[in-house]
Structures are given as structure tokens and as C-alpha cells.
Design a protein around this ligand. Structure first.
Ligand SMILES: Nc1ncnc2c1ncn2[C@@H]1O[C@H](COP(=O)(O)OS(=O)(=O)O)[C@@H](OP(=O)(O)O)[C@H]1O
Ligand SMILES: Nc1ncnc2c1ncn2[C@@H]1O[C@H](COP(=O)(O)OP(=O)(O)O)[C@@H](O)[C@H]1O
Length: 200
């Protein structure tokens, strides 16, 4: 099906984009259980980056699943396709718009997270594992979804009747119950400082 797709050579490259943006482009990927703190930390990090004039785009599960991926369920196959599409979109934003993309998705399968790295490129991928325990996430139950999952009103809920495979080698691991939001942001900022290379 792809044999007649012959790519046009677009001449804008990452160096040109960097000259305009004044920083490098890459993907910061937050993975963890529902309610672990992915979106909260990504949002606060986004504010810090914008304050430093870094050009960003933030993507999260609730947003993308209402639009681009509204045809997908939470079956393993659909989660795979969800993550694949988001990785492709993120890659376009990184490589062709020069943005720092912040993605916050449960992304429970190791193989799908490895696929993101392959799509966007290993040197353009930072994996943040938000390791807040199921016990804490369920106790807080920010959206009331764990209660519904326990009552059988939601099927295939991650951590209850669907798996979460713990990342084996994340760039950063943050248990959000042990840090303030500001501290969590600071951990990520310290890690990405050199990679960002503002005005470098
Ligand atoms: N069955 C089931 N399992 C897990 N999560 C569920 C489910 N049904 C709905 N939700 C809500 O959808 C959000 C997760 O979407 P994601 O796209 O991040 O999931 S995945 O990466 O494809 O696994 C997730 O949002 P977060 O709480 O922000 O993680 C939930 O609010
Ligand atoms: N240090 C922290 N980091 C992130 N979230 C925290 C922290 N302390 C408390 N919270 C709270 O935990 C909840 C995390 O929810 P959310 O960010 O929506 O998680 P997720 O995106 O992983 O589903 C929010 O209500 C947030 O205010």
C-alpha cells in the first residue's frame, strides 16, 4: 500500500528550527497509573518551560481520546494503536515543528513504550515513570474511576483488571506521593537541562 508514496524532501531541518526556538526539541513521556500525577506534573512542567520561553505542546489521554483517537477502546490492541498514533504525532511535532512535546498517557505496555522510542528516536525520548502506587491512586480516586472499576462498571481498568507493566529502565522515576508538585517538576527540569540546551 505504501509503495507509491514517494516522500517530498522538505528542506527545513532541526538546526533551522533550533535557531528560531533557541532550544532542542524532544519528547517527554509520562507513564503511570490513572491518578498517579502524570497530567498534574506535565502541566506544571509545561508552565515552567513556557516561563523560560520553551516552545511546547502537551498531549494527554483525556484530550486525545476525545478527538484524534475517539474510535479506540481500552483493549490491549486499541491501547497499542492509541500510543502508536500519539507517538507519530509527537514525532512530527518534534522533528518538523521543533517543539518539546509533553505526553501523559498510562501506556501500560513495555512493548508500546519501546515503540514510541523507536518512532521518535532514542535521543529524542525521555521517559518519566510516575510510580505512585495503586494503593495511593485508588485511595485518592480523583475521578471516581477506581470505585466504578471495583464495582464492575468499567471493564479493563488499568491496575484493577488490566495490567500495568512497570518500566524497566525509565529516564526518571517519581513517586508523586513523596514529592510536592514543584519538587517533581524540578526533578524533570534537572534531568532535561542539558538536553534542552537553551540558547546553546
Ligand atoms: N479502562 C480504563 N483504563 C484506564 N483508564 C481509563 C479507562 N477507562 C477510562 N479511562 C480514562 O482514560 C485515561 C487513560 O487514557 P490513556 O490514553 O492514557 O490510556 S492508555 O495509554 O491507552 O492505556 C485515564 O486518564 P488518566 O487518569 O489521566 O490516566 C482515565 O481517566
Ligand atoms: N506531588 C504531586 N504530583 C502530582 N500530583 C499530585 C501531587 N500531590 C498531589 N497530587 C494530586 O494527585 C492527583 C493526580 O491526578 P492526575 O494528575 O490527573 O493523574 P494522572 O494524569 O496520572 O491520571 C491530582 O489531584 C493532584 O492534585
Amino acid at each position: 500500500m505504501q509503495e507509491h508514496i514517494i516522500p517530498h524532501h522538505f528542506s527545513v531541518d532541526l538546526e533551522q528550527l533550533k535557531a528560531i526556538k533557541n532550544h532542542n526539541a524532544f519528547l517527554i513521556w509520562f507513564t503511570g497509573l490513572s491518578g498517579s500525577g502524570k497530567s498534574t506534573i506535565a502541566n506544571a512542567l509545561n508552565q515552567s518551560l513556557l516561563a523560560r520561553k520553551v516552545h511546547t505542546c502537551i498531549l494527554d489521554g483525556d484530550r486525545v481520546r476525545k478527538g484524534l483517537n475517539s474510535d479506540l477502546t481500552f483493549s490491549p490492541e486499541d491501547r497499542k494503536e492509541n500510543i502508536r498514533r500519539i507517538a507519530e504525532v509527537s514525532s512530527l511535532m518534534v522533528h518538523h515543528a521543533g517543539l518539546v512535546v509533553l505526553g501523559a498517557f498510562i501506556s501500560p505496555y513495555e512493548i508500546d513504550r519501546a515503540n514510541i522510542k523507536a518512532i521518535v528516536g532514542e535521543d529524542k525520548f525521555v521517559e518519566v515513570y510516575v510510580s505512585t502506587s495503586l494503593e495511593v491512586c485508588e485511595k485518592q480516586d480523583v475521578k471516581g474511576l477506581y470505585k466504578k472499576a471495583r464495582a464492575g462498571e468499567i471493564k479493563d481498568f488499568t491496575g484493577i483488571d488490566a495490567p500495568y507493566e512497570v518500566p524497566q529502565n525509565p529516564s526518571i522515576k517519581i513517586d508523586a506521593s513523596k514529592y510536592t508538585i514543584e519538587e517533581a517538576v524540578s526533578l524533570v527540569l534537572t534531568y532535561i537541562e542539558r538536553k534542552l540546551n537553551i540558547n546553546g
